[in-house]
Design a protein around this ligand. Structure first.
Ligand code: GLC
Length: 722
């Protein structure tokens, strides 16, 4: 085999020049090898590595790694594998090591839907930057996150992995996550390539059944499901993962309109497009190709660059080219994008990872402080009759519930590297925080003993909810009720008039009607990560307030699904009051808790709504403000939200759309004018002619604390603002 001139190693050349020089030296097998990702690549794959038939390695326990722990990633092993690739293959192209670092590596942050509840892009970015450092120090330079699937169906277990139901909130957090993982320079050894997934529409699975068919209308596809991916692409995300699902009969990997016409031609995305696990082969199961050969051909021609673990590209593409059935151009285009990412990551200059890095960046106090802050800001106070924060007259506490002593169950799904000994339970955190003179009993096993003990207590703290094992991938459920057995004992306690503070752990909205009526307080903790126990203790005793606001609508019943705030008016709009005739005979129409909702330990008033101009040109901006006051005796944070409604358009428009938000902190009694400036272009939508445009006309707008409350105003958009 001829030796290469290795001129691509000249760092004085541009990335494109280096890619071109390397590509010109590569054989067909070596090219397709770069497009091949193998799971759990090891030194036992010596031939594949030396022959250049693999470009990337994923480290995952299985096809559904989110809830199946593996042995973790060993840096010495990765460095040894990389050494084999760099020193024993003909061209010495370094491998790109990938792992699902979904919400933290060793410092486990709250699950993504909890992070979305913080409505705090800065903290989401900081958490991603910490996850990047810890993963990079462990040899991982590519993560398959952020997941940007809009979801309106909590039966779908993967709702926990995304940022909720709203395109505006999801888009803002998408950009934050990209900045956190990638920073400004991917060659920074503590930055990693991010991957927006699953492109696209996966969250629309019918019945909430994972991997199921989606039948999304094209306008919804464009205006609801795509914006977060576009935000990630505009932020410079390094890669995107194509989804498993079909949309209206076309599986993602066969959807050239989506993978090439939109992603490449319209958005000018020039990063790497990777398939999901074995998805190339699954085109056969979808029934749109006969065999692997066709599957490889159609997915490459649709726009795919890299084949995640199916082995189909490396098995089929070389012979398709050799037989003249496939031109080399699409192969070269894919390989260029893959090599470009590797050059940008600095892998050719620094293929190995310094073992001493880990000690400096893993589980530092700063990392834990960020995890604590994010947990505190993501927990949502849904109800409080005044019992929280716990007062001085509380002398006896009974802590109970399945999660009272949990450790790793607080991490949530997709926790591949968090460790039990590195976190603490709610019990431990409460015990450390108990004020003098307060006694806490703990009992979680025998319901009759729990009820007996409750009689002599001032408050029961019930840590209940869903186990992370039924959250995440391949974990859809048919009922959003609390898991069996959790309510019965609480009902017995409530019937004795003993106040219950329910702390609910979950990866999705649950239908917590009984709690909303009969508990004294409900704190929705999600799966809050490594500092979750401490965050709960500090919230319950009032050291900090719960800062979360819902990123997804909470239904009263499973039967209400799909239910979301930015719904269409229909020809028979919902009645304004809860009591009037609605859509169901057996359930009120409004959700249990609306998108954007969350209480704090103080209260806020909104007044003096103002708009700078109420006739605004299409090239101009909407400038609105209102005054927010903290009425309480303690400092508090509020997420001020700005919504609009397009009253008349060429197609039906949602009754409300979030267009901006801001988290503020007000001292007791403090008033502050909150301004929003939103370009009119943000009002664009896919119109009757399938064109993204702003249509002049009348709009309503609101500034308020959630999607169901707020001060209302109006403005008109005209062509030139006259
Ligand atoms: C899984 C998931 C995807 C994940 C990948 C690698 O099936 O769908 O989100 O990144 O495989 O583990």
């Amino acid at each position: 085999m001829k030796t290469a001139d290795r001129s691509w190693m000249n760092t004085g050349l541009t990335v494109d020049e280096r890619v071109g020089k390397l590509l010109s030296q590569m054989t067909l097998t070596e090219k397709v090898g770069q497009m091949n990702q193998i799971n759990n690549l090891g030194l036992d794959h010596g031939d594949v590595i030396r022959e250049g038939r693999v470009g990337s390695a994923l480290y995952a326990s299985s096809a559904t790694a989110g809830n199946v722990r593996d042995a973790g990633v060993d840096l010495d092993n990765l460095n040894a594998i990389q050494k084999m690739a760099v020193e024993q293959s003909r061209l010495g192209i370094p491998l790109l090591f990938a792992r699902d670092v979904i919400h933290g590596h060793r410092t486990v942050f709250p699950v993504p839907i909890a992070q979305a509840s913080s409505w705090c892009p800065e903290l989401v970015e900081k958490a991603a930057s910490i996850a990047a450092k810890e993963a990079a120090a462990n040899g991982i330079r590519w993560t398959f996150t952020p997941m940007l699937d809009i979801c309106r169906d909590p039966r779908w277990g993967r709702i926990t992995e995304g940022f909720g139901e709203d395109p505006c909130l999801c888009s803002r957090l998408a950009a934050s996550a990209v900045r956190g993982y990638q920073g400004d320079d991917l060659s920074d050894p503590l930055k990693i390539a991010a991957c927006a997934k699953h492109f696209a529409g996966y969250g629309g699975a019918e019945g909430g059944r994972d991997y199921n068919t989606t039948d999304i209308g094209y306008r919804s596809f464009r205006d609801i499901f795509l914006p977060p991916f576009m935000a990630a692409a505009n932020e410079g995300i390094a890669s995107i993962m194509a989804a498993f699902n079909e949309i209206d009969g076309v599986p993602a990997l066969a959807n050239k309109h989506m993978l090439t016409e939109i992603l490449r031609n319209e958005w000018k995305f020039d990063g790497v497009l990777i398939s999901d696990w074995n998805a190339v082969c699954e085109l056969i199961d979808h029934g749109i190709v006969q065999d692997k050969r066709e599957a490889a051909f159609i997915s490459l021609m649709s726009g795919l660059d890299m084949d995640m673990v199916s082995g189909t590209f490396i098995a089929e593409l070389p012979s398709l080219v050799d037989e003249g059935k496939l031109s080399i151009e699409p192969v070269d285009a894919a390989v260029k994008r893959i090599l470009s990412l590797k050059f940008k990551l600095g892998l050719f200059e620094r293929p190995f990872v310094d073992k001493t890095l880990g000690k400096k960046v893993v589980l530092t106090p700063e990392n834990r402080a960020c995890a604590l802050a994010l947990a505190q800001k993501s927990m949502v106070l849904l109800k409080n009759d005044g019992i929280l924060p716990l007062k001085k007259d509380i002398k006896r506490i009974l802590l109970t519930g399945e999660f009272a002593r949990s450790r790793t169950e607080l991490f949530g799904t997709w926790t591949l590297d968090g460790r039990s000994e590195e976190t603490g339970s709610v019990e431990e955190a409460l015990s450390q925080r108990l004020p003098d003179g307060v006694h806490m009993d703990v009992h979680i096993n025998y319901p009759d003993e729990i009820v007996r003990m409750a009689r002599s207590t001032d408050v029961v703290i019930a840590c209940i909810g869903e186990h992370p094992g039924r959250s995440g991938e391949a974990n859809s459920i048919v009922s959003l009720d609390l898991p069996p057995g959790q309510l019965e004992r609480l009902k017995a306690i409530a019937d004795m008039g003993i106040p219950i503070v329910a702390v609910v752990f979950a990866g999705r909205p649950l239908a917590i009607n009984w709690l909303s009526k009969r508990a004294a307080a409900v704190l929705y903790a999600w799966h809050p990560g490594i500092e979750g126990g401490r965050a709960i203790a500090e919230i319950l005793f009032g050291d900090v307030e719960p800062g979360g606001r819902l990123p997804v609508t909470f239904p009263r019943a499973t039967g209400q699904i799909p239910i979301y705030y930015n719904h269409k008016p229909t020809g028979r709009p919902l009645p304004p009051s809860l009591k009037e005739y609605g859509r169901y005979n057996d359930c009120l129409d409004q959700p249990l808790y609306p998108f954007g909702f969350g209480l704090s330990y103080t209260s806020f008033t909104y007044e003096k709504l103002e708009i700078v101009k109420n006739r605004i040109g299409t090239d101009d901006s909407i400038e609105v403000s209102c005054t927010v006051t903290n009425n309480g005796e303690r400092e508090g944070e509020e997420v001020v939200q700005f919504y609009v409604r397009d009253c008349v358009a060429s197609v039906t428009r949602p009754v409300k759309e979030l267009k901006a938000f801001r988290r503020i902190c007000l001292a007791p009694g403090e008033k502050r004018i909150i301004n929003f400036t939103v370009p009119v272009a943000e009002l664009s939508f896919t119109n009757i002619n399938m064109k993204k445009t702003v249509e002049p006309g009348d709009f309503l707008f609101w500034i308020g604390p959630n999607s169901m409350e707020g001060l209302e105003g109006s403005f008109r958009v005209t062509v030139d603002g006259d």
